[in-house]
Design a binder for this molecule. Sequence first.
Ligand code: HEC
Length: 125
Amino acid sequence: MQRLLFGVVAAFSLLLPGCGGEDGGGSDDTGEREIDCDNEAVPSYSEVRAFGVCTNCHSSDNEGVERNGAPPSLNFDSHDGAASAAPRIVNQVSMGSMPPATSGFSLTSGEKRELFVWAECGTPE
Ligand code: HEC
């Protein structure tokens, strides 16, 4: 019985990649992170913990030195601001450029993954 169940589960998971078919979408730079949006619990913008770190600098509430050099046009304290920069966000965070190493801020791998899933899977509000 155990074995039969396992067989059914295995067959089912083998089928899954085949029936998706909407994998492309052009932005397949996820490479080694292997995000399959059909099988992810995609967080909403407000659930992405990383933005709590980013907005220490990238917030429309911050002015002048409070921004710590973050470009004035890059604010992640709103869904729109974050969503419109999603590809750049993934790029910077996956390279380890953001948050800046010298800033004392950092993200756990779980926080990064959550951010990537949000960014790659439709940036839900
Ligand atoms: C301590 C302040 C600080 C924090 C925290 C911070 N940033 Fe930045 N960010 C900067 C500064 C300064 C720049 C501009 C200098 C640069 O481009 O290297 C920048 C630039 C950027 C850029 C534009 C770079 C480019 O060339 O596309 C992106 C995207 C970005 N940050 C994303 C993030 C994300 C996402 C987070 C949170 C995970 C974050 N940043 C956290 C200070 C910060």
